[in-house]
Design a protein around this ligand. Sequence first.
Ligand code: FE2
Ligand code: FE2
Length: 162
Amino acid sequence: MLILSGGEIDVSEFEWSEELKVGVDCFDSQHKKWIELAREVNKALQEEYEVDLISAAESKAQAEKIIEEAFTEFLLYTRRHLRAEEKQMRKYDFPGYEEHRKEHNKYRNLVQKIKKIYKENSREGKEKLLQFLREWLLKHIKQTDKKYGDYFPSKLEIDETT
Ligand SMILES: [Fe+2]
Ligand SMILES: [Fe+2]
């Protein structure tokens, strides 16, 4: 369990499930990967917290390195995924594109905030924002991404490298 001020995060509940399915295979697999990476960040935070309790300097540095790597990977994947969706929405002239993009931009702004807080090394701020990002991620998939589900072909081909 990750201890937060006022609550705890159960990492195990943070999983891809059928209710998150948007019906476009490539984006469903990207979402799975995205959630997995966010889970890694949560796990790393949890481990860092546990290491904090024994306060061994070497383990602490190691834990920080792990969290930094998991976080960087998560942020890079976030950027790639949002861009991939937007590219397809433009390509298919998706009517909800502008609105969807606005939501993505809000998320991008949050990511910038997180990066700043991360640098300040405030644990509480970091955890709160991560929790917020996590909630946003699941809510966005369920409520917003699903709207393009019927619009794109289920076997849509995308260039995973861009
Ligand atoms: Fe998405
Ligand atoms: Fe999206």
